[in-house]
Structure formats: structure tokens, C-alpha cells
Design a protein around this ligand. Structure first.
Ligand code: NAD
Length: 348
């Protein structure tokens, strides 16, 4: 039996990343997969149709899609209805089942275990997002990040504060450090302190609430706890030239960590990158998908697809995650959803 995998087409002007890249198509073809790619699918990720064809994929126009049956359809955010004739399995980042698929898998339900790491798109993408957010601070700040001594004067390192130190926050710390900033960081999970120190950043300690959730995630604070935390963090925010916030609580709106009062106390020219802008925002006043200036000259950055700003690398990592996932979905040459990691993702 030939197993077939196809990319679910999407609007590349809205989502520049693509679920398979030519390099990974080559590997899949060698393993015996028949690979289908909608024309133009990789166009915004620097993956031209010709590269997919050279890698052994079959390119499909819109009419061909409706005639093609797949073993597995892959997407970033799958459409509610697959344009393919039929698929045994659809995989996407989103929990709604795709019509036209016998089974739907939601990638964000993959357990965060060591074995699952090679398939974990949340991690591979958040890591790149943290890097991109640190670059955005450097880009929007009207000052240097590193210390510099010149005949025309000298500067001290810019102060960058990271709030929320999961996968994205750790990469934001590492990147801001490499750019020469003086970095400090805070997370509601106290066990992260050692990781912050190991990256050469200072741990911000606040005598405030903690919220331990399940499975290594944070829990939600109540309104009073959140207000207390905002007040404790405000002086650290005011002293910072750049702030990057990444705080998320699974299944809940993102906690607001930086209040309007805290933003108003920052120095003109300071920059706040709110990586949680798509899920409600960590910062009062950020606008999802936009860059706004406050009355006191603070830049609030609300970009909602940070890994998408690095579409080429993000697609490569995503595609390798997909190839690793496909490998556990084949047993004795047949499609199999038996693996416990796959089972955990089945939504329909
Ligand atoms: P996430 O995106 O859910 O949240 C980002 C960060 O925000 C977390 O560190 C969280 O503690 C923090 N946060 C939430 N509420 C906050 C608040 N009120 N104040 C300050 N910070 C707050 O996190 P993530 O990056 O997906 O990582 C979640 C966990 O999964 C971490 O423990 C991480 O180490 C773990 N993880 C494990 C693996 C693995 O072993 N395979 C892979 C990836 C992540």
C-alpha cells in the first residue's frame, strides 16, 4: 500500500509558513510516501513549486485537489473542510475536526514529554518566536542594545525584561543576551529561576502570588492575585528599555502582567513586545496585529505570528516535526493511530 501525504492549502498572505518543505519531502519520498503539494503552498516560505517537484512531490491545482484521496492531510490551521476528495487523517494546529477526514488530530494536544519533543510544533515555533521578539525589541528601540565605547561617547547595555519564561521566553533571554542587553526575567513558576540564571540573566524576585498548574504549565491567578502581581512587576517594567511578555495559561485568556499604569511609567522610546497579543495580551494597550505608540512615546508591538516572520526556518522545523510524527503513524507499512502520542491528539 502506498501511503500519501498532502499539504492542506491555505492563504499564504495570512500564514506564510508551510507544513512541508522540499528538503523534508525528499526524505518522505525516500521512505515511500507519495507527497502532494498544492501549487504555491510554499511561496511565502521561500519554497518554490519547482523545488517541491525536484524533491519528488506531485503539485496539484485546485481542481486536482478535489480528485485526490490522501492517507494524511497536513496543515498549520486546517480549513473546516478539506479541499481534498478525502483523507484518512487530517493534522492541524487547531482543535476543530476537518470535514472530509475520517480522523482529525490537533497538534497542540501532543503531550510535552521527552519522546514527543521531536514532534512538538508548539516548542519548535515558540523557540523561533522568542528569537524574533528579541530582534523586534532591537529593531524598535531608538537606542543600542550593547555597551559601546567610542570617541563620540559611550553607552551602557539596554535593560531588557522578559516576563514568562517558557520555551519562547528562554530563547528571548538567550537572544537579547547575545545582542548585548542586560537581561532580567520573571516567571510565576519559581522552578524556572535556575534556567534564567544558566542563560546569564538576572532573576526578578517578587514577593507575590505563585500559580503552579498541571504538567509543567502555569495555573491562572484570580483577579486580586493578578493585580498584586501587576503592582509588584511595575517598578521592574518602569526601569526597562525593552520588555518581552510571553505568559500563557493553557485554556485561558493570557494574564495581563503589565498594566496601563506600568506602561505610563516607562521612559519615552521604550519598547514592549507582547507575544500573547493573539490570546488577549499580557500588556494593557497592545493591539493584536499592530504596532502602536502610546501618548508617552512607548512602542507596543502586538504582532501575532512571530514564527511566521521567520517563515523559512519555521517551516523547516515544522516540516521535520511532521516527518517525525508521520514516522510514528506507520506500522508495518500501514497507517496506525495506535501510538499513545497520536492517541492524545485525536479530536474526532
Ligand atoms: P506557555 O506558552 O504555556 O507559557 C509561557 C510561560 O508563561 C510559562 O513559562 C508560564 O509559566 C508563564 N506564565 C503563565 N502565567 C504567568 C504569570 N501570571 N506570570 C508570569 N509568567 C506566567 O509555556 P510553554 O513555553 O509552552 O512551556 C510550558 C511548559 O512545558 C514548561 O514547563 C516547559 O519547560 C515545558 N516543556 C516541556 C517540553 C518537553 O519536555 N518536551 C517541551 C516544551 C515545553
Amino acid at each position: 500500500m502506498t501511503l500519501s501525504v498532502g499539504i492542506a492549502p491555505h492563504d499564504v498572505t495570512q500564514e506564510p509558513r508551510v507544513a512541508l518543505v522540499p528538503e523534508v519531502v525528499t526524505k518522505l519520498v525516500k521512505q515511500g510516501w507519495q507527497v502532494y503539494v498544492p501549487q504555491g503552498a510554499g511561496g511565502a516560505a521561500s519554497c518554490p513549486d519547482a523545488a517541491y517537484a525536484a524533491a519528488g512531490a506531485t503539485l496539484l491545482g485546485a481542481k486536482d485537489l478535489a480528485k485526490t484521496k490522501l492517507t494524511v492531510a497536513l496543515g498549520l490551521n486546517l480549513p473546516a473542510k478539506l479541499p481534498y476528495a478525502e483523507a484518512a487523517v487530517a493534522i492541524g494546529l487547531g482543535s476543530s475536526p476537518a470535514a472530509g477526514a475520517a480522523s482529525s488530530l490537533a497538534l497542540q494536544k501532543l503531550p510535552r514529554t521527552t519522546r514527543a519533543q521531536a514532534m512538538d510544533v508548539l516548542s519548535s515555533q515558540a523557540n523561533l518566536g522568542g528569537y524574533a521578539a528579541a530582534l523586534a525589541v532591537a529593531h524598535h528601540l531608538p537606542r543600542l542594545l550593547p555597551a559601546l565605547s567610542t570617541a563620540a561617547g559611550s553607552t551602557k547595555p539596554a535593560k531588557v525584561l522578559i516576563l514568562g519564561v517558557g520555551v519562547a521566553g528562554l530563547q528571548a533571554i538567550a537572544t537579547a543576551r547575545r545582542l548585548g542587553a542586560a537581561v532580567s526575567a520573571f516567571d510565576i513558576r519559581p522552578e524556572v529561576a535556575e534556567q534564567i540564571k544558566s542563560l546569564g540573566a538576572k532573576v526578578v524576585e517578587v514577593d507575590g502570588p505563585t500559580a503552579e498548574g498541571k504538567g509543567g504549565y502555569a495555573g491562572a491567578l484570580d483577579a486580586a492575585g493578578l493585580q498584586q502581581l501587576q503592582e509588584k512587576l511595575a517598578p521592574f517594567v518602569a526601569q526597562s528599555d525593552g520588555v518581552i511578555t510571553t505568559a500563557q495559561v493553557p485554556g485561558k485568556a493570557a494574564p495581563v502582567l503589565v498594566s496601563a499604569v506600568a506602561v505610563a511609567a516607562m521612559q519615552p522610546g521604550s519598547v514592549v513586545v507582547d507575544m500573547a497579543a493573539a490570546s488577549g495580551g499580557n500588556v494593557a494597550g497592545t493591539k493584536a496585529g499592530a504596532v502602536v505608540q502610546t501618548a508617552n512615546g512607548i512602542t507596543l508591538v502586538g504582532e501575532t505570528n512571530w514564527p511566521g516572520t521567520l517563515a523559512q526556518t519555521a517551516s523547516r522545523f515544522w516540516a521535520q516535526n511532521m516527518a517525525n510524527l508521520l514516522a510514528v503513524m506507520v506500522k508495518d507499512g500501514q497507517l496506525s493511530l495506535e501510538d499513545e502520542l497520536v492517541q492524545a491528539m485525536v479530536v474526532a
